[in-house]
Design a protein around this ligand. Sequence first.
Ligand code: GAR
Length: 185
Amino acid sequence: MKMKAAVFASGTGSNFQALLDTDDLTCEISLLVCDQPGAAVIEKASKAGIPIFLFNPKDYDSKEAYEKEILRVLENRGVSWIFLAGYMRIVGSTLLHAYEGKIVNIHPSLLPSFPGKDAIGQAFQAGVETTGVTVHYIDEGIDTGPIIAQEVVEILPTDTQDSLTKRIQQVEHQLYPKVINELLS
Ligand code: GAR
């Protein structure tokens, strides 16, 4: 039986969809965890019949309180890996301890350059010639933690931020499933 994984996402969900669309993915995406009621990723999960745990952090007293609830859902479903895909929250110690070495993130820059929000925009504004994509284990920081894989994306003189974003996303959609399969093999 395949190992079960949860994807945590807050937004569009193109990386979530790319994982679902990977025929030879060696784990089963068995849950979407989402903190944004209006996020497009919810629609994608519904269409694919993937269970969703939707929560509003404002309904809880603390990060610890909502992460305990998430943890309960993950354990009930036998989830052994967590893949962050545009989850725009810092993961706290509750989940970090319970899933030590089993939480992976994808980020649209060559970390440690351009961590945080709008990494593609940051790189574009900075006028650098190369940026890329990083897959890494997470720790308590923002886009820190041991790097697993990186792929370079050139910024062309003709690029707009939109065209660069498209190329970076294409790389993300290939790299994330590939790295996940390597990690789980
Ligand atoms: C992706 O580019 C992902 O790398 C980024 O959010 C986007 C989500 O897109 N994550 C971060 O910036 C994390 N700091 P998606 O919802 O279409 O997958």
